[in-house]
Design a protein around this ligand. Structure first.
Ligand code: BTN
Length: 247
């Protein structure tokens, strides 16, 4: 396993705009950036291991030292191009596909990275508001090697790109900054092309534990899912439901 290396990452990002910290071990890269001051336009942190990695919906993110990516980026800049977490999913998928020269990595709504029908990565976007200033934290976890303790967890060990972790972190960061610099990004079609369950049957899990079947028809400009159900076409925000039946 090749270590995380500051010089390789910095050589592949706009380094005058970034402050980079690398850790052997940390509680959570998202928590670190929430607590620490914004020392450059973008702060980037990556760690070999997390002792308290966090997932969406209050879940834990299993974060052993096994050559995986645990990274977060924070900024006070405003993102104008669309739903940040979904666009980050597109960026991560494309960077991994480019480096591995495969098209086999896809997305499950809203922003799970999927390979061989298993979840191999996730994104947790958080906001921190302090003295009227808002900071956005984008956390990204990508599994290169993991013991599948849950049968829906997977990794991309077979793509053999683990040794390029530093370059992958740098490219994801650079692409995120590029889109921060834009006013518009045509993301809907890109997201649909990467979606693994477009026009397929899914199960909708509501927060009140009811379930409903439907066909995943598409995505709206704000990132909501459009699902055709027995009672008609419905639009759901990612905070309202999760979808199952995909892996
Ligand atoms: C999900 O539940 O799908 C989101 C997982 C996000 C995990 C990453 S790992 C780096 C960053 N730090 C955290 O504590 N979580 C995110």
């Amino acid at each position: 396993m090749k270590q995380l290396k500051k010089d390789i990452i910095l050589a592949n990002v706009p380094k005058n705009r970034i402050n980079l910290d690398i850790f052997e071990e940390i509680d959570s890269t998202n928590e670190f950036l929430k607590k620490n001051i914004q020392s450059n336009e973008f702060n980037l942190v990556a760690s070999e291991k997390q002792t308290n990695g966090k997932g969406r919906r209050g879940k834990k993110w299993h974060s052993p030292k096994k050559g995986n990516i645990y990274m977060s980026i924070s900024t006070k800049n405003t993102f104008k191009s669309g739903p940040l977490s979904l666009i980050t999913g597109i960026i991560c998928t494309k960077v991994l596909s480019n480096i591995s020269q495969t098209e086999e990595i896809g997305l499950k709504w809203p922003n799970d990275l999927v390979f061989n029908n298993k979840k191999i990565g996730g994104i947790l976007v958080e906001k921190e508001i302090n003295a009227n200033e808002e900071k956005t934290i984008i956390g990204i976890g990508i599994n290169f090697n993991i013991n599948g303790e849950e049968n829906w967890w997977g990794d991309i060990s077979e793509l053999k790109i683990e040794d390029q972790r530093n370059l992958i972190i740098a490219k994801i960061t650079s692409e995120i900054i590029k889109i921060y610099d834009k006013d518009h990004f045509d993301w809907v079609n890109q997201w649909k092309n990467l979606c693994i369950h477009l026009n397929k049957e899914v199960k909708i899990y509501n927060h009140n534990s009811t379930t409903e079947d439907g066909v995943f028809i598409g995505i709206e400009d704000d990132g909501s899912a459009l699902i055709k159900t027995e009672s008609g076409m419905k639009s759901f925000k990612s905070s309202e439901i999760s979808i199952k039946g995909v892996y």
